[in-house]
Design a protein around this ligand. Structure first.
Ligand SMILES: C[S@@+](CC[C@H](N)C(=O)[O-])C[C@H]1O[C@@H](n2cnc3c(N)ncnc32)[C@H](O)[C@@H]1O
Length: 339
């Protein structure tokens, strides 16, 4: 079955051993998509770079460092809520479930879910992540869990959800943590939830972590930490374009810029051009001209009110099972199902 799906989606299959296999688009396809998307997103008046391009090896490592800065409350707060689930999730698990994770990254939080599923004889884990970090994280998990088998998809969320759609009849618990959903614009977020919904079978569960509206100072320092790790993470996307698309960005000519837009309830992250400059991106066939103070948008991180979360899940057709919060009400985890 996986071979048919792999062929239809044009993935290359890598079998590491009997417990670990992963699927990935062909390297030429990955480079082509990157070059084309950069060409179109930088060749316009309001320039942007999709946040999915942050995560080359260096970007994924920098994200891990962000998670351990004192200012970045989302990771430790979400972990504190996941710990509550140890006793509170099992009543919702009426069968054996495969754990599917969108944007699995280092799979650190995953362990708290795997610990809940250990009563199952065998645990299947299907991580989906655009970053190569997936292979490394999977091997680490296999060292620590005996009864685990992993099928990883190194691709976009959308590619992974297509893969899942026709996979098999086993129930899936899909998790999407870290408030990564907040990177989508409201319209793209709605389309994404529709894709999750259509990849689910009745009785499947979806657990989504979303960051809540809070004081501007807490939010802005979380995205502009004093050690400047987030600044390095933001600038790293330019190094990646230099390396992979033969470009000549000089990182000294850009500044990290993060602000909280209260009206739209979102952190907006940009790279600001320090002066007039022009940059060649050979593989995108582009000469990029930037004016002094011009901004390249790199990330949104939307924040939500509880009622908005319930409305958006309801609008996408899900049935809400439960929402968990931390003590300070800084972060939320909602569990929904498809009926
Ligand atoms: C903000 S990190 C969150 C990691 C982890 N889930 C957590 O909560 O700490 C986002 C993760 O999603 C992956 N990612 C970002 N955009 C993606 C996309 N469009 N498709 C697939 N993976 C993506 C990144 O490689 C990264 O590992």
């Amino acid at each position: 079955m996986t071979d048919i799906i792999q062929k239809n989606l044009d993935y290359k299959k890598y079998v590491v051993d009997s417990n670990l296999q992963y699927f990935k688009p062909h390297a030429t396809q990955i480079e082509k998509t990157f070059a084309e998307e950069i060409s179109s997103s930088l060749n316009r008046n309001s320039k942007f770079i999709s946040p999915k391009f942050f995560y080359d090896k260096n970007g994924s490592e920098l994200f891990e460092k962000i998670c351990s800065t004192s200012e970045y409350y989302p990771t430790r707060t979400e972990i504190s809520i996941l710990k509550q689930l140890k006793n509170e999730l099992p009543p919702f698990l009426d069968d054996d479930f495969r754990l599917v994770e969108l944007g699995s990254g280092s799979s650190v939080k995953t362990r708290l879910l795997l610990d809940i599923l250990t009563s199952q004889k065998n645990i299947e884990y299907l991580p989906i992540d655009i970053s190569e970090i997936l292979a490394e994280s999977s091997e680490q998990l296999l060292r620590d869990y005996d009864n685990l088998t992993i099928t990883g998809i190194i691709d976009t969320y959308e590619g992974g959800l297509e893969f899942l759609k026709t996979y098999d009849k086993k129930k899936n618990l899909i998790i999407f943590l870290g408030s990564s959903y907040g990177n989508f614009s409201p319209i793209d977020g709605y389309k994404f939830l529709e894709k999750v919904y259509s990849a689910m079978k009745p009785g499947d569960l979806f657990l989504i972590g979303l960051d809540l509206v809070k004081e501007k100072e807490i939010l802005e320092s979380a995205y502009d930490d004093s050690q400047k790790v987030t600044a390095k993470f933001n600038l790293n996307v330019l190094s990646r374009i230099n390396d992979e698309l033969d470009a000549d960005f000089d990182l000294n000519n850009f500044l990290h810029h993060a602000i909280y837009n209260e009206k739209d309830q979102r952190i907006e992250m940009y790279l600001k051009s320090i002066h007039d400059q022009s940059v060649i991106i050979s593989k995108s066939n582009l000469e990029l001209k930037l004016k002094k103070d011009e901004l390249i948008h790199t990330e949104y991180s939307h924040k939500y009110r509880l009622s908005e979360i319930h409305d958006l899940l309801d609008d996408a057709g899900f049935e809400l099972k439960h929402t968990w919060l931390d003590e300070k009400k800084h972060f939320s985890l909602s569990l929904v199902t498809k009926i």
